[in-house]
Design a protein around this ligand. Structure first.
Ligand code: ATP
Ligand code: MG
Length: 253
C-alpha cells in the first residue's frame, strides 16, 4: 500500500497513531489511516473494534488521547463536530442528524442559514435561496421527491441519506465519514447510497465508509482498513484481497 509520490502530496486526511481510552477500555491503540482525494476507504472490524470511535475523533466528537490528525497537511484539533464541518468534514450516520420537521433546504442550511435584508436592514431567512440550493443539489444527485418543501421526516431512510449526502456536497465537504449508512436500508436504497458514494468519489472527495457488509465494501471501496480490538489489524487494496482474507483480519487468529 505504498502511495505514489504524486498522491502523497495531495493527501487529504492523515491520521497518525491516534489512541483513545474510555476509563479502562482502550478503544483505539496507535491507529493510522490515510485518505486521498477521490478515494473510498472502508473501515471494517467486529463489534467494538473501534470504528465509530475513530470516525468520532476525526469528526470532532472526541479528542484524541495521543497521536495527531492532519487535514491537508495541517494538524487539526476540532473541539466540536461543527468545527469539523466548517473545515470540510461531514459525518453521515444511519440515524443521521437531520431535523425531521424541516424541509430539504432547511436541513442543508441547518446551522448555516442564509440571511437576506428586507428594506436594506431587517434580517430574514432567505428561503428562496434555500429552496433553489435544495433543488440544484438534489438534481445533481439525480434524486427526486414529489415535494421538495415537505418535512424530511416524511422521507424514507434512503431519501434522508441522500439529503445528508447532498448537504455534504453543497458545503463542499472534502472528507465524508459514513458510519454504517446502509445498515437499515432496503436493497434499492442501499444501491442508491452506494451510487451516491460513487459520485462523491468522482468529484474527488474522500470517503471513509464503515460497514459490516463485505459485499458493499467490495463494491465501493478502493482500500480497506481493518481494526481489531482497537488496533490496526491490516490494510489492503480491495483489488488485492478477498472476503476470506478480510474476515481473517477481523477475527484474528
Ligand atoms: N462513549 C464511550 N464510553 C465508554 N466506552 C466506549 C464509548 N464509546 C465506545 N466505547 C468502547 O470503545 C470500544 C470501541 O467502540 P466503537 O463504538 O468504536 O466500536 P465499533 O467498531 O464502532 O463497533 P460496532 O461495529 O458495534 O459499531 C468498545 O469497547 C466500546 O465499548
Ligand atoms: Mg460503530
Amino acid at each position: 500500500m505504498s502511495a505514489l509520490p504524486s498522491q502523497a502530496l495531495q493527501l487529504i486526511l492523515d491520521v497518525r497513531g491516534v489512541s483513545k481510552r474510555f476509563g479502562g477500555v482502550e478503544a483505539l491503540k496507535d491507529v493510522s489511516l490515510k485518505l486521498f482525494p477521490g478515494e473510498v476507504v472502508a473501515l471494517a472490524g467486529d463489534n467494538g473494534a473501534g470504528k465509530s470511535t475513530l470516525t468520532k475523533m476525526i469528526s470532532g466528537v472526541y479528542a484524541a488521547d495521543g497521536g495527531e490528525i492532519r487535514l491537508d497537511g495541517e494538524v487539526v484539533r476540532f473541539s466540536t463536530p461543527e468545527a469539523a464541518r466548517h473545515a470540510g468534514i461531514e459525518t453521515i450516520y444511519q440515524d443521521l442528524a437531520l431535523a425531521d420537521n424541516l424541509s430539504i433546504g432547511a436541513n442543508i442550511f441547518l446551522g448555516r442559514e442564509p440571511i437576506r435584508r428586507v428594506l436594506g436592514m431587517i434580517p430574514v431567512l432567505d428561503r428562496a435561496r434555500m429552496a433553489t440550493a435544495a433543488q440544484a443539489t438534489m438534481a445533481r444527485l439525480d434524486f427526486h421527491v414529489n415535494r421538495m418543501d415537505a418535512p424530511v421526516g416524511r422521507f424514507s431512510g434512503g431519501q434522508r441519506q441522500a439529503v445528508a449526502i447532498g448537504r455534504a456536497m453543497y458545503w463542499n465537504a472534502r472528507v465524508i465519514l459514513m458510519d454504517e449508512p446502509t445498515a437499515a436500508l432496503g436493497v434499492p436504497e442501499q444501491r442508491k447510497v452506494l451510487a451516491l458514494i460513487g459520485s462523491l468519489k468522482a468529484q474527488g472527495r474522500g470517503v471513509i465508509f464503515i460497514s459490516h457488509n463485505l459485499q458493499d465494501i467490495f463494491a465501493v471501496a478502493d482500500r480497506i482498513v481493518v481494526l481489531r480490538r482497537g488496533s490496526l489489524a491490516g490494510e489492503r487494496r480491495i483489488d488485492q484481497t478477498t472476503h476470506d482474507e478480510v474476515v481473517k483480519l477481523m477475527i484474528g487468529g
